[in-house]
Design a protein around this ligand. Structure first.
Ligand code: PRX
Length: 643
């Protein structure tokens, strides 16, 4: 390995940081390692308001953890009520810009009022602790309002990204057993209305559990409403009250379920609970984003993904930050929309994804250069490995060489950031998430659980439980055990490959399972395959991630057809559309390749590994001894060369 560049934080940055200098980090890390429960107990006490304290920090029955069990708290209370007795009362909590350009500045006091009103409306309709709600909304403040109202009452919510199709929505409503759906007529994207309510209608026509659909009016478009079931938000608000106290909930009460792709066709509902989750997302806001009272903080993710849950809504609001939300697309009306937002609101901390960075690089430096970005002091990256060239551009062109970049490694399952520089403490190496946060014990091992040693590639695991960890897969504890806790005995299996260099820096290399990472969004190959084989023309399908300059990976499908007279061009287009309809437009395949057969083992398993090699290196050099018919691979590889 050549020695990568190292960027040391400036003295000015270090002098004001929450954690100052490498020794401060080491001390904190060592203390947490020596006595993790005492450490997390202190953090929980410092960061969160508890109505009642715990008697034990952790109950660990591998793989089931209970953090601060028996203690009582409430997420909505911590994100809102507790700030009202402080100078934050009239501080802007959510600073929102709609794509057409409207603005809403909600102070903590105003946000509290809106959340309480909505919670009271839910309560008066009979919703209570333990009920389940699906939230399917655009990026408008009413989305966090819905989340906070649910958490105020202990209603377990599941936010479904607005880009998911009716089919995907239905699967989630059914799996969760939701009785309530909160949605909007639509949202704005690239200057057009994107309707949401029709997908809800389609999805829940086969979901008898749903009693109420509450619809926020965002676009004002034509929206059919079903009498008795559908209610406009503004209408139910008429009878709402401003008296709806936060319910003291057990620390282990489920907060939300977020569905993510696993290695099968069925998405898994990742369950996060209350006290431990909130403790860790609040603490990491300070450690990683070095949050200061006066900061304007912007995470550009969509709230439909975990990044938005933890670092647009729960982390920032619990920490009392001003969090920016933008509804639309970065290229609307032109490619400088994000830079305009940073300039206009004087954003200090900006957190985005490598895919977005690469897409913006392609548009040219003149877009960011035309704006005053001098308010920025810290940049962040999440969702996939950031390639050093994109890192350097982000550092130089956006941060003007002044702003540390925190490359944060974590997952839907981890709930909070796990590996990341502390910006006032850790020298940066472009492309590395650097070191674990205090209280987090990762390692890189082989399948026997043996550490692989410096600079060797292996499986990234986490050895010890942490407060914001996944508690189970909703309704499927066996799958939870099998997926995360059975590969390396006693440890949490992340599904990522990584190596650690001589300085102890982690370099995450990507997934080791059949999960793709497209634009930082997780997508399972099996999910796309199941969608494809539901099409009447398709006999078999195998899907792999193909390297892509902007999105990291793109979806590439190998398809064999049933007998018939198919036009490949037409069918290719149709199948791409089909997958978008079945899963969501973000899953639309980049490429469909037709083949007369797929490479299989003698026992009939499709060898995706070989297909991955074909799309990555255009040839096959790996082990083919288990292959049933070698000529299939030769044909597929030569087909690629011809293109
Ligand atoms: O492969 C890793 C990659 O994204 C996966 C988690 O995806 P998801 O649950 O959708 O959460 C994304 C946002 C937290 C990981 O298993 N990943 C995430 N962040 C990084 C990363 N890979 C490398 N570097 C990162 N900073």
């Amino acid at each position: 390995m050549s020695n990568p560049a190292v960027y040391v934080p400036s003295e000015e940055f270090v002098s004001k940081a929450h954690v100052r200098g490498i020794q401060a980090y080491r001390d904190l890390y060592r203390r947490a390692e020596e006595n993790p429960e005492e450490f997390w107990g202190e953090v929980a006490e410092r960061e969160i308001h508890w109505f009642e304290k715990w008697s034990r920090v952790l109950e660990w029955n591998l793989p089931f953890a209970k953090w601060f069990a028996g203690a009582k708290t409430n997420v909505s209370f911590n994100c809102l009520d507790r700030h009202l007795a402080t100078p934050r009362k009239n501080k802007v909590a959510i600073l929102w810009e709609g794509e057409p350009g409207e603005q809403r500045f909600l102070t903590y006091q105003e946000l509290h009022r809106l959340v309480v009103r909505f919670a009271s409306a839910l309560k008066s309709r009979g919703y209570k602790t333990g009920d389940r709600a699906i939230i399917y909304m655009p990026m408008i403040p009413d989305l966090p309002i819905a989340m906070l109202a649910c958490s105020r009452l202990g209603i377990i919510h599941s936010v479904v990204f607005g880009g998911f199709s009716a089919e995907a929505l239905k699967a989630r409503v059914l799996d969760l057993g939701a009785t309530l759906v909160i949605t909007a007529d639509g949202g704005f994207r690239r200057g057009r209305e994107v309707k949401l309510k029709p997908a809800v209608d389609e999805a829940i026509s086969e979901c008898p559990s749903v009693r109420d659909v509450i619809v926020h009016r965002r676009t004002g478009g034509d929206t059919p409403m079903q009498a008795g079931r559908d209610h406009w938000w503004h209408q139910i608000d008429e009878s709402a009250t401003e008296d709806c106290p936060a319910v003291p909930l057990d620390s282990e009460h489920p907060l939300y379920v977020l569905y993510t792709s696993g290695t099968t066709g069925k998405p898994k509902g990742i369950l996060h609970t209350t006290g431990g989750y909130l403790t860790e997302v609040t603490a990491t806001m300070k450690w990683v984003f070095d949050l200061r009272e006066e900061d304007t903080y912007w995470c550009s993710a969509d709230i439909g993904w975990v990044t938005g849950h933890s670092y647009i809504v729960y982390g920032p609001l619990s920490a009392g930050a001003t969090t920016v939300m933008y509804e639309g697309s970065p290229d609307y009306p032109q490619f400088d929309r994000w830079w305009r937002i940073i300039e206009e609101y004087r954003v200090n901390v900006f957190y985005t994804s490598p895919t977005a960075i690469r897409a913006l690089i392609r548009q040219g430096d003149h877009w960011p250069n035309a704006h005053d970005l001098s308010s920025l002091r810290l940049l962040g990256s999440v969702g996939e490995p950031i390639n050093p060239a994109a890192w350097e551009w982000y550092y130089r062109v956006v941060g003007k060489g002044r702003c540390p970049i925190v490359d944060t490694w974590w997952q839907t399952e981890t709930g909070a950031i796990m590996i990341s520089p502390l910006p006032g403490a850790i020298p940066l190496k472009p492309g590395s998430g650097t070191v674990p946060l205090p209280g987090i014990s990762p390692d890189i091992v082989d399948l026997q659980g043996q550490p692989v040693g410096t600079d060797k590639e292996g499986y990234l695991i986490i050895r010890r439980p942490w407060p914001s960890m996944i508690r189970t897969i909703w309704g499927d504890p066996e799958r939870f055990k099998e997926q995360y806790w059975s590969r390396v005995p006693g440890a949490y299996f992340t599904g990522d490959a990584a190596r650690r260099d001589a300085d102890g820096y982690y370099w995450v290399l990507g997934r080791v399972d059949d999960v793709m990472n497209v634009s930082g969004h997780r997508l399972s190959t099996m999910e796309v395959e199941s969608a494809l084989v539901r099409h009447p023309a398709v006999a078999e399908a195998a899907v792999v991630g193909k390297p892509h300059e902007i999105t990291g990976q793109a979806v590439c499908c190998f398809v064999t057809l049933k007998k018939g007279d198919w036009s490949h061009d037409e069918l290719g287009r149709e199948l791409r559309q089909w997958v978008a309809h079945e899963i969501g437009s973000f899953a639309r395949p980049e490429e469909i390749r037709f083949s007369d057969a797929l490479p299989k083992t003698r026992s009939g398993k499709i060898m995706r590994r070989l297909l991955r090699e074909i799309v990555t290196t255009h040839s096959v050099s790996g082990d083919v001894t288990t292959l049933e018919d070698l000529s299939v691979v030769t044909r597929l590889a030569s087909q690629q060369e011809e293109e």
